[in-house]
Ligand binder design. Structure first.
Ligand SMILES: NC(=O)c1ccc[n+]([C@@H]2O[C@H](COP(=O)([O-])OP(=O)(O)OC[C@H]3O[C@@H](n4cnc5c(N)ncnc54)[C@H](OP(=O)(O)O)[C@@H]3O)[C@@H](O)[C@H]2O)c1
Length: 216
């Protein structure tokens, strides 16, 4: 696939995405408000084929993974609306309260759908919403490969992302339409609570077993 790909944000998830994506692509642009900081991380972790860039440059990609918090995401998306037109924007946000005790939206919607609503000319694809940052550092737990649920209302965009993610150490699953994020995003709140109760937070992700389970 000859798509230009970028990641926006050098926080925990942004770094984790770059860590997992760069080995399966020849070139990856890492956009930040602080490109020098991104460059330092590239050198610190030895990420090969990764180029630090201003956010504007990173938005020239065909597939853009953002790693922003919901409070920053919607204003950011609105400010970049023109540059995001016709692009695939991969969304991992979970809209939780500051203390992570609850969801901030009504039952009948999700952050992914709100983002799509704000960007009608961009194809929003949900992914990595249930994967806590420590799992991106060590994806395989005692031989178990965790799932990434990929959703979109744009079938072509969803399949492009599924194809792009082949080869990373996760099981990539077609999780259907964007509104499935009403469930998927809330699943993150639930797994967080369980991981805290059982003492392994923030090392937690999902693996749904059953058909095709013999395949990693
Ligand atoms: N933490 C987890 O385990 C986890 C799991 C699943 C999903 N998520 C979701 O992932 C997202 C990020 O979480 P995180 O833990 O990685 O947060 P984080 O470590 O605080 O990183 C957030 C990053 O967003 C970027 N950013 C902030 N404001 C921005 C703006 N106005 N414009 C552009 N970039 C901006 C910053 O990157 P620069 O400084 O480089 O610009 C910052 O480092 C959240 O939406 C969260 O719900 C997190």
């Amino acid at each position: 696939m000859n798509m230009k790909v970028s990641v926006i944000g050098t926080g925990r998830m942004g770094t984790g995405l770059v860590r997992n994506l760069h080995p399966v692509m020849s070139r990856l642009v890492w956009g930040s408000r602080n490109p020098a900081g991104a460059q330092q991380l590239i050198e610190k972790y030895g990420f090969k084929g990764v180029e630090a860039a201003e956010i504007q440059t990173a938005l020239q990609a065909d597939i853009i993974f953002h790693a922003l918090w919901f409070r920053d995401l919607i204003p950011w998306a609105e400010s970049c609306r023109e540059l995001l037109k016709g692009k695939i924007l991969v969304d991992l946000v979970n809209p939780f309260t500051e203390d992570f005790s609850d969801f901030t939206m009504d039952w009948g919607t999700s952050a992914a759908e709100e983002l799509q609503h704000k960007l009608p000319e961009t194809s929003v694809v949900g992914a990595f919403k249930n994967t806590f940052f420590q799992v991106l550092e060590k994806p395989v737990h005692q031989g178990t490969v965790s799932d990434v649920y990929v959703t979109s209302d744009d079938e072509k965009a969803k399949l492009a992302v599924i194809q792009l993610l082949q080869g990373i150490p996760f099981r990539i699953m077609d999780a259907g339409r964007l509104s499935n994020n009403r469930t998927i995003e809330r699943m993150t709140l639930f797994e967080r609570e369980l991981a805290i109760r059982y003492g392994h937070y923030p090392y937690v992700s999902y693996r749904i077993f059953g058909q095709g389970d013999e395949q990693a």
